[in-house]
Design a protein around this ligand. Structure first.
Ligand code: SF4
Length: 370
């Protein structure tokens, strides 16, 4: 297994930022025979261990298919956590990145939560260290603390609210109407978008997703000229220039819905390209085109696929079930603090179904996250 290095933005308690490095493992390719053998072994283990596979849209297509074939789910991060919480299985295998496993554990503290690779992380999570974040919040005691789902359990424990990309507008509008000033962390692009849409007073943390940050506006404009009939779907973790070119701005599940229910035949998709696996299954007649990550000043390190999502592999599913390894633990005090901001969001969405209206100000709403 090879390792690859990635740069991400790290902020400290003073607001200063620097570039830091993180690594991701690149799984070895499988032969057709070993792939099928692992699929069958994973299926048998899921059944034998009374476990359910909960997979994100960005993980390998084999894992997505395995989840659906064995009674699990392929979904966004919040739906993954809710599914895991409500499912009868006492063992959850979460194929995604670490904060997703932590959210599942926080919502289901009495269940065993396993992950194929505990080193699968997220640049937003890495870029928001809990101690620095807590000190930053302490410096601004007059502000409500709103954090995105893509954060550690410890950061959530310091927050008043957790939001996802689709309910963020409604929750921030609600807080603004109450006269609240906010701290927003960690994604600066999503924070700026919400700030523009709501006019709320938001102090933004300076993190970014290394995948969405790479989409290029100039090249996207050229692609639009080439395919003028195509609808452009953009995740709001993308830079402002890319969001400005979108026909639909929304979370992963909302982009999926836009393809399934949209009348256009062609879609340019600005999010992790593994979402297309599920889009192709649910909308087989539609033409899907990746939004460009190459072009002027491009680094194209991730090239529209999250290197940490890519660490989830069939072998990891087999290993975690066979050897009971890769278990997620969240310290009880942290978990009981963190669950409050998650539950507050769930309660708000349940009490204000209007925030889930299909479209407001160009953003498709619905409960979902990166
Ligand atoms: S795609 Fe971006 S936001 Fe999602 S897990 Fe990877 S780095 Fe984090």
């Amino acid at each position: 297994m090879n390792e690859q290095s990635f740069e991400y933005t790290l902020q400290d308690a003073t607001g200063a930022t620097c570039t830091a490095n993180a690594w991701a493992k690149v799984p070895a390719p499988l032969t057709a025979e070993s792939r099928e053998a692992l699929r069958q072994r994973a299926k048998a283990l899921l059944q034998a261990r009374n476990a359910v596979l909960v997979a994100h849209y960005y993980v390998d297509g084999d894992l997505q298919d395995l989840a659906l074939e064995t009674g699990g789910i392929v979904a966004d991060s919040l739906e993954m956590a809710r599914f895991g919480r409500d499912h009868a299985a006492q063992t959850l295998v979460v194929a995604g990145v670490r904060f997703m496993g932590e959210s599942a554990k926080i919502l289901s503290p009495h269940k065993t939560v396993l992950m194929p690779d505990l080193d699968a992380t997220c640049s937003l999570d890495l870029g928001c260290p809990p101690d620095d974040f807590a000190r930053f919040c302490d410096e601004h005691p007059d502000r409500q603390v709103v954090v995105y789902a893509n954060t550690s359990a410890a950061v959530k424990a310091r927050a008043d609210w957790m939001v996802t990309s689709s309910c963020a507008l409604g929750i921030v509008e609600h807080l603004k109407a109450q006269g609240q000033k906010l701290i927003w962390a960690p994604d600066r692009h999503l924070g700026r978008y919400i700030q523009e849409q709501t006019g709320a007073d938001m102090l933004l943390w300076h993190g970014a997703c290394i995948v969405h940050d790479e989409f290029k506006a100039t090249e996207l404009e050229l692609l639009k000229e080439q395919y003028p009939d195509a609808q452009v779907l953009v995740h709001p973790e993308s830079p402002a220039g890319v969001v400005a070119l979108a026909d639909v701005v929304g979370s992963t599940s909302q982009m999926l819905q836009a393809v399934v229910h949209g009348t256009a035949q062609r879609y340019i998709v600005a999010t992790d390209n593994l979402i297309m696996h599920r889009m192709r299954q649910l909308a087989p007649g539609k033409v899907l085109i990746e939004a460009p990550t190459a072009g002027n000043s491009a680094t194209c390190k991730s090239c529209a696929h999250c290197p940490w999502m890519a660490m989830n592999a069939l072998q990891g599913v087999v290993d975690c079930l066979e050897h009971q390894q890769g278990e997620i633990h969240v310290e009880a005090a942290t978990g009981s603090q963190a669950v409050r901001c998650i539950q507050r969001m769930l309660d708000f969405v349940a009490a204000h179904p209007g925030v889930l209206a299909p479209r407001v100000q160009g953003m498709v709403r619905g409960v979902g996250a990166a």
